[in-house]
Design a binder for this molecule. Structure first.
Ligand SMILES: *[C@@H]1O[C@H](CO)[C@@H](O)[C@H](O)[C@H]1NC(C)=O
Ligand SMILES: *[C@@H]1O[C@H](CO)[C@@H](O)[C@H](O)[C@H]1NC(C)=O
Length: 327
């Protein structure tokens, strides 16, 4: 038997790295903030730049593909999001009553920032605001710019709920120095391995899952059993929605970019990077499979080499080891 061990190497393009994102303190626990019939109505304000529209439409397309949430251009029953050109990349949280604003100027225009803001509009808060955040990060209040401190306010279990586990790599998570007054960290991960990947803005498997749970998208009558943490896909209950690194109807297939066999002595391996998919999400995920005997203990030491690709691209890594997968 073999153990497959997965290494997720995430190459990040931080072309828009220090966005101002604001939100209001409301939460999905109050059903009035959830959009009726799972449809978010929106209108593009006349002042919205073309690039912003393009990013928004791409984000909507991605979110529609992976969840049961729909976006419709129009005013609906009068509750709708006015997507406009503004100084900040920001959104009201959840459905408010009447017309609400989502500010999405030219410098916000990446697909991942669009997903982040639409998640807010749907009612999803920042990851570092979760009521369990102190188990995972240390928020250093004194280093945060005074007028942006409200972005870090911790929620409570009575005004919010967490349908999925805390995730450093969530699209709703900020980078360590976000909104710093000076050059010191505002959020320090308790597990330092996540320092470089916090705030990397990739929409994760769990981000889609939290939306699918919050909007009651999960298949109720599915007859399949998904493997490796997958779940029946809300848009096709006969096929599983698989975590990164897995594919196939039941998530039983491994999608490795590179496969390495484990050895009895320390061996150096090189993980070859790919270019970020700038036309899609701005990011690239590399999944590396490591094969070994089922009863072997596998030790990995990662040495990160910062790659100089373009000035606008910063590289970092994230990794996740699954030792319990036997194929
Ligand atoms: C930044 O820090 C300085 C020194 O502690 C403080 O006087 C100032 O008010 C802070 N500025 C903001 C915007 O938080
Ligand atoms: C589950 O039920 C819905 C409607 O009740 C139906 O459209 C769908 O095809 C069913 N899915 C499966 C996998 O049976």
């Amino acid at each position: 038997m073999l153990i497959k061990l997965f290494l997720y190497l995430i190459i990040v393009n931080f072309s828009v790295s220090e966005n101002i994102r604001e939100k209001r303190q409301v939460s999905l626990k109050r059903r009035e903030y959830v959009w009726t019939n799972k449809i978010l109505y929106y209108k593009f304000n006349a002042n919205l730049p073309e690039v912003s529209k393009t990013s928004m439409l791409k984000a909507m397309q991605l979110m529609t593909k992976e969840t049961c949430v729909k976006f419709e251009n129009g005013q609906g029953d009068g509750n709708y999001v006015n997507i406009m050109n503004g100084n900040a990349c920001s959104s009201a949280l959840g459905k408010n009553n009447g017309v609400q604003t989502l500010s999405f100027g030219k410098y916000c225009a990446t697909t991942s920032t669009a997903v982040h803001e639409l998640m807010h509009a749907l009612g999803i808060n920042h990851e570092m605001c979760r009521f369990d955040r102190d188990d995972y990060v240390t928020v250093i209040e004194s280093n945060i710019l005074e007028y942006l401190k409200y972005n870090f306010v911790k929620l409570t279990s009575s005004n919010s709920y967490n349908p999925v586990p805390f995730e450093y790599g969530s699209v709703m998570m900020y980078a360590p120095k976000a909104f710093a007054n000076g050059s010191h960290e505002t959020i320090i991960p308790k597990d330092n391995d996540y320092y470089y990947t916090m705030g990397f803005q990739l929409t994760s498997f769990l981000d889609y899952k939290r939306l699918n749970i919050a909007y009651d998208c999960m298949c109720k009558n599915a007859t399949i059993t998904c493997k490796n943490g997958g779940y029946p896909h809300p848009n096709n209950c006969n096929k599983c929605f698989c975590p990164d690194g897995f594919s196939g109807q039941l998530c039983g297939t491994i999608d490795a970019y590179q496969t390495f066999a484990s050895t009895m002595v320390w061996t150096t391996r090189t993980i070859v990077s790919k270019s970020p998919q700038t036309d899609y999400t701005d990011y690239t995920i590399i999944t590396v499979a490591l094969t070994g005997q089922a009863d072997n203990v596998v030790l990995i030491q990662l040495s990160e080499k910062r790659l100089k690709h373009q000035k606008t691209i910063r590289h970092s890594f994230d990794f996740m080891c699954k030792l319990d997968i036997i194929i």
